[in-house]
Write a protein that binds this ligand. Structure first.
Ligand code: FAD
Length: 426
């Protein structure tokens, strides 16, 4: 199958509403059609598992970027432990091996009455079901002084790619003895342990290259995920290097001064050599603009099918969804996408619908050889999704156990990205 560029796609369709989306779709008009919005972890997994579970469904995946760079392991890149290229994946396998029509464009809007998805470049794709997986958007309005333009000076690096490169360059050019100020966001946000993993791996980098430097975490919260494990590791690996200030100490983050590269809290203003502001978050813009979001800023879903509670026929998976106890992680996005794909396949082919198995497994690096993990299983219950079982690493684990977790994390990365994108192929 073919991976379409936007230009090729436009040429093959004219700018018309698509009664015919090129030869493949024209030949299969009787097939049920699913359009997937977003080729990140949730969208790519949903497309792949739909393709694998029902050959009678025509699947189109719309994603603006030709490649996807994973946020997971991007903190290792910041520490100089891997390249961004090694974290980057293409869509060729999804197109060629799984027969998915991959279109590189943005989806502008869904029309639930006409049942079409409108591409930014013009054409409209008819659908029987839509899967929406746009990830997160940043709630810039919630943080005075910090907007999209500010990210070019003070990166958030919370989407991997150019932002992560910018932050890495700033760390490289920082003088030894400088202060790296990291602003951690309020709940809920993408990947709860990730700001603290970032502090740990930047501290590792400083220890190797700029040992007089310090890290200051200004938190919008009073506690954070796996706090005891991080505090223990910071004491063992980076004594005196990382300081964490909770909201109850600072009075909360009040404003960012981009020109001064400083962060104002209720009690004090902190000047940074390098600043990394991770803003408050909400469901991706596409979900906001298409009636999929409630007052929480996230998308309410049916806990079994991931169908939107606000827009029938449209399913939301990944970080954008509001899914009870499930955290916003890549593993969760992948797990939700599988459940959603099976539910859609059952609805469109008339096969039996099964209750989903939902999981999260998360590896977090405290140093390159010291990783911890968290494994959780969930089940739909009482209209939402609840934790059934939870394994978390313990503070007193041996060095060997931690080494093993770090090695397992590397294997997990390979297996997980293959599960999502097929074999890594550009
Ligand atoms: C530093 C960091 C470390 C992390 N570490 C881990 C980890 O160790 N383990 C873990 O499980 N998770 C981790 N995560 C979290 C993980 O990256 C996210 O939870 C995951 O990417 C969510 O997947 P998603 O599909 O919802 O969104 P994304 O992966 O962000 O994908 C959204 C996609 O939608 C596309 N899109 C948006 N709007 C449109 C539109 N209008 N039309 C078409 N396409 C559109 C975007 O281009 C993007 O490709 C980490 C995150 C960060 C920031």
């Amino acid at each position: 199958m073919k991976s379409w560029t936007r230009r090729e796609f436009g040429r093959s369709t004219g700018a018309m509403v698509l009664a015919g989306l090129g030869p493949r779709l024209a030949a299969s008009e009787s097939k049920a059609r699913v359009v997937v919005v977003g080729g990140g972890i949730g969208g790519a997994t949903a497309a792949k598992y739909l393709a694998a579970s029902a050959r009678t469904i025509e699947i189109t995946l719309v994603e603006p970027n030709p490649n996807y760079t994973t946020c997971f392991f991007s903190n290792l890149y910041l520490a100089g432990l891997c390249s961004l290229e090694s974290l980057t994946h293409g869509y060729k396998t999804l197109a060629q091996r799984y027969g998915i029509n991959v279109i590189h464009d943005s989806v502008a809007a869904v029309d639930p009455v006409a049942k079409t998805v409108g591409l930014k470049s013009g054409p409209k794709l008819p659908y029987d079901r839509v899967v929406v997986a746009p990830g997160i958007a940043f709630n810039y309005g919630a943080l005075a002084g910090y907007d999209e333009a500010a990210t070019q000076v003070i990166p958030h690096a919370w989407n991997a790619g150019l932002q992560t490169q910018l932050l890495r360059r700033q760390l490289e050019s920082m003088e030894d003895g400088g202060v790296f100020v990291l602003v951690a966001p309020p709940n809920p946000f993408r990947c709860p342990p990730a700001p603290y993993e970032r502090a740990s791996l930047v501290a590792y980098y400083f220890k190797q290259h700029k040992p007089r430097s310090r890290i200051l975490i200004l938190d919008a919260k009073d506690s954070f995920n796996a706090q005891d494990l991080f505090l223990d590791a910071w004491e063992r690996h980076y004594r005196g290097m990382i300081e964490w200030l909770p909201a109850q100490f600072t009075g909360g983050i009040k404003a960012i001064d981009v020109k001064e590269r400083s962060v104002k809290t209720a009690s004090e203003t902190f000047k940074a050599a390098v600043a990394n502001v991770i803003p408050p978050q909400m469901a991706g813009q596409f979900a906001q603009q298409n009636g999929l979001v409630d007052q929480s800023g996230w998308c309410p879903i049916d806990p079994i099918t991931f169908e939107s509670k606000l827009q029938p026929g449209i399913h939301v998976v990944g970080d954008a969804s509001s899914a009870g106890d499930m955290p916003k992680s890549a593993f969760v996005a992948n797990s939700q996408a599988k459940a959603c794909a099976f539910a859609i396949a059952a609805a469109l082919t008339g096969s039996e619908r099964k209750s989903p198995h939902l999981f999260n497994t998360c590896y977090t690096f405290l140093s390159p050889d010291d990783a911890v993990s968290n494994a959780i299983s969930f089940k739909p219950a009482a209209g939402t999704i609840k934790i059934v079982d939870n394994f978390v690493s313990q503070v007193q684990e041996s060095a060997e156990t931690r080494h093993r977790a770090a090695r397992e994390a590397q294997s997990w990365y390979t297996a997980f990205t293959r599960d999502t994108f097929g074999y890594a192929a550009f």
